[in-house]
Design a protein. Structure first.
Length: 166
């Protein structure tokens, strides 16, 4: 079997590859709306609870503050996000502006098309299983837990697996 039909047996590699493909699908579908999937995620988070700190949003989106800050700065330049008036000026709180709400609503149909395509591709049951598995990884991965039993050697775990879908 050619190497083109093999996948690296590494969870990080497989998750990152899948994430890139899914992100590309969203970016392509949402291009006409002018809203990226990253910006859409920030807007959705601000829509859940306005006047959030940058740190709180970064934690919820599982990203670092520096990366999020660059995204938010671009969104502020577009008039989609603004700093909220707060008593403690050291604490930066963000709100979604009226223009941001319009941009978010404009992007929803394109976002829904990708969500629908993923649902068609996987089926509802498998998509729900995927969400459950991803949730388990998001909340349950701890490097401090008991190490694996070592049944598979490092060489085996990093080896190419035959027949893995690409």
């Amino acid at each position: 079997m050619s190497d083109g039909n093999r996948q690296l047996a590494c969870t990080a590699f497989r998750l990152r590859k899948a994430a890139r493909r899914v992100s590309q699908a969203y970016e392509t579908a949402m291009a006409d709306s002018g809203v990226s999937i990253v910006q859409f995620s920030v807007m959705a988070e601000l829509g859940r609870s306005s006047a959030q700190t940058l740190s709180a949003i970064a934690e919820r989106l599982a990203t670092d503050r520096t990366t999020l800050s660059r995204t938010v700065d671009r969104m502020q330049a577009l008039g989609w996000v603004a700093d909220s008036e707060v008593a403690d000026r050291r604490e930066r709180r963000l709100i979604l502006t009226e223009a941001g709400e319009k941009a978010y609503k404009r992007a929803i149909p394109s976002w829904q098309k990708v969500e629908c395509a993923i649902g068609r591709s996987l089926g509802t049951e498998r998509r729900n299983q995927l969400w459950e598995l991803l949730g388990d990884l998001e909340t349950g991965l701890s490097l401090g837990e008991t190490p694996c039993d070592g049944g598979a050697s490092l060489a085996q775990s990093m080896a190419m697996r035959k027949g893995s879908p690409s």
